[in-house]
Design a protein around this ligand. Structure first.
Ligand SMILES: NC(=O)CC[C@H](N)C(=O)O
Length: 382
């Protein structure tokens, strides 16, 4: 079989395969994701910016793609690496094969490689930088050099690159079998959502639960957010290292000081931790999948969660104002925190759960209750 694509890792390992997406070259951090479904949600999750994603499930593309299962308006992953693309995609919602979708979205992708071998390398050595190249005359030494030249995600602030340029109001609610997506405009709680690379299903769930959602760019000042007089502030997921996002850390400190209820997811969780005085660290290969057990330490309940992160809150740096509420049962790392002094909490995984299970969805209701309580106590003080 003729090879038309190469994945080169920074350690020099080469995986020859077939090109199934756009032609060209793409570099980034190679991460493995263990979800069996949801490849379209994964590809369009802005948190995968500058990452080449390999899926451990071998058959990817079986259900094709559609215009609805997207978490943003473009493919954000820097590339896709899979074992096998089925010849036939079949699903009642399918409108385009995965390979055509990748080409249309200019995504470089490789199939027919041993993704189990690749995943073992990433597990043993840790997440590595890589390069996918397609074409007939591939220079493997140049591809290894390109992988080695990628500076890595540590220290990289990508939130300000992927965020919205202008504020906007979000009205779309959650998908239903009968109606697809529909708009809801009668929100009770005004929520200002910081967009660090937000996944749409988060905004849809907030709207569904009665929030009037205003999305703002990552570098919006706390002063501008507080001037909108929100009932609560939401901190979104996003790509890259949370530590260099000093503008967001400062803004969150000021919003905390103003006593506004805060809910953070993933990068938003890490920013709440940093704003509270904790530090974050790069993990060996992170958590990426839709089948990760996380325990709620208060109820002892174990939830199956969707995950996508390569950084984590450093346990050793937890300040007194924070309490750990959730832990990963894979490696015991911190999965949830709450402030002990003000109404603010956050979760490292993805409670909006698309792709994946819905065990963590009640966290959204907790945010609504927090805004309700806060509004009542403000009224009571008057
Ligand atoms: N999904 C996210 O928000 C990821 C957060 C951060 N970029 C990390 O890798 O840890």
């Amino acid at each position: 079989m003729k090879h038309t694509a190469l994945l080169a890792l920074a350690d020099g390992t080469l995986f020859w395969g077939q090109s199934i997406g756009a032609t060209g070259e793409s570099v980034g951090e190679v991460v493995f994701n263990t979800a069996m479904t949801g490849y379209q949600e994964i590809l369009t999750d802005p948190s995968y910016s500058k990452q080449l994603v390999t899926l451990t499930y071998p058959h990817i593309g079986n259900t094709g793609t559609n215009a609805e299962d997207v978490e943003s308006n473009s493919v954000c992953a820097a590339g896709l690496i899979i074992r096998d693309l089925p010849r036939l995609a079949n699903n009642w919602r399918n409108t385009q094969n995965l390979d055509d979708y990748l080409i249309e979205n200019s995504v470089v992708a490789i199939a027919d490689i041993d993704t189990r071998h690749l995943t073992r390398i990433l597990r043993e050595k840790g997440a590595q930088n890589g390069c996918i190249v397609t074409g007939d005359n591939i220079d493997s030494a140049q591809a290894v050099a390109a992988a080695q030249a990628f500076p890595g995600l540590k220290g990289m602030d990508l939130a300000k690159q992927v965020t919205t340029a202008v504020p906007y109001s979000w009205q779309q609610s959650v998908w239903s079998l009968a109606d697809g997506y529909s708009d809801k405009t009668d929100g009770t709680y005004k929520v200002v959502a910081y967009d660090f690379g937000v996944k749409r299903n988060i905004l849809r769930i907030l709207v569904d639960l009665g929030c009037d959602v205003q999305v703002v760019p990552a570098q919006t000042s706390a002063q501008d957010v507080l001037a909108m007089n929100p009932d609560g502030v939401f901190l979104s997921n996003g790509p890259g290292d949370p530590e260099p996002c000093d503008y967001a850390i400062k803004a969150v400190q000021e919003i905390i000081a103003a006593g506004k209820p805060i809910f953070g997811i993933c990068l938003g969780h890490q920013i709440l931790a940093l704003a509270s005085g904790a530090a974050t660290e790069k993990m060996k290969f992170g958590h990426h999948g839709a089948n990760h057990p996380v325990q709620d330490l208060d109820t002892k309940k174990v939830m199956i969660t969707s995950q996508n992160h390569g950084f984590a809150v450093d346990e050793a740096t937890m300040p007194d104002n924070l309490r750990v509420t959730h832990r990963s049962l894979f490696d015991n790392t911190i999965q949830g925190i709450e402030r002990v002094d003000v109404p603010a909490f956050s979760f490292q995984g993805h409670p909006e759960a698309s792709p994946g299970p819905r065990d963590v969805a009640p966290l959204f209701e907790r945010f609504i209750q927090m805004m309700q309580t806060s509004a009542t106590s403000v009224r009571g003080e008057k």
